[in-house]
Design a protein around this ligand. Structure first.
Ligand code: ADP
Ligand code: ZN
Length: 194
């Protein structure tokens, strides 16, 4: 017998898609419902994301849920208590490949793990560890935003400022959602090869 409460919820859910597709809203919705069910819920996000609120998961539509900020994904394990039944992780693309082991560990303990994150970077390249996480997850949801050019469903994140690092923290000023046809990379070239 392990010290954790017996549940039947040991699985991994992933909510992915581009920026503005509603990943954080969906994560917040699932965590709220778990709280309504009186489950022991913990939410985490990497410290890198400082938009809107320091100690909450926040959506672009300004919905909030309190969370613990972490530097490294392994810190999640320090916060797990015997009554923890559901763990939410936002912006999981910033937590690196160690996120896989942590999600596996948590689900093996009977904890329902809900991860939200970007599946592609601004150049439309798969963003580790999302591809691997999607492969080991029981349930995956791919969200679409609205393309800011043509209004079709958008699967990609367009960077509006040129150059710089892969990770550039920002929101509406720096990024917008685009569909496959309207998405371009830095050089203004359509991303057809992806
Ligand atoms: P994500 O976590 O995927 O970045 P959020 O959950 O934070 O998305 O925000 C989703 C909200 O963003 C939508 O409900 C809508 O109010 C707003 N929004 C702004 N731009 C767009 C867009 N291009 N497509 C869809 N929603 C958008
Ligand atoms: Zn478009």
């Amino acid at each position: 017998m392990n010290e954790y409460r017996e549940t039947n919820r040991g699985w991994i859910e992933v909510v992915c898609g581009p920026m503005f597709s509603g990943k954080s809203e969906e994560l917040i919705r699932r965590l709220r419902r778990a709280q309504i069910a009186r489950l022991g819920v913990l939410a985490f996000k990497p410290r890198i994301d400082n938009r809107y609120s320091e100690d909450s998961i926040a959506s672009h539509s300004e919905q909030l849920i309190p969370c613990i900020q972490i530097e490294k994904v392994s810190e999640i394990m320090d916060h797990i208590r015997p009554d923890t039944e559901v763990v939410g992780i936002d912006e999981v693309q910033f937590l690196g490949p160690e996120a896989l082991d942590v999600c596996r560990d948590l689900s093996a303990r009977g904890i329902r793990v809900i991860c939200a994150g970007l599946d592609m970077d601004y150049r439309a390249r798969p963003w580790p560890p999302l591809p691997e996480l999607l492969a080991i997850a029981e349930y995956i949801t791919k969200m679409a935003a609205i393309c800011m050019v043509c209004g079709n469903p958008a699967s990609r994140t367009q960077r509006k400022v040129l150059g710089g690092d892969l990770v550039l923290i920002g929101s509406q000023d720096s990024y917008e959602a685009r569909c496959r046809r309207c998405h371009t990379v830095d050089e203004g070239v359509q991303t057809e090869i992806f």
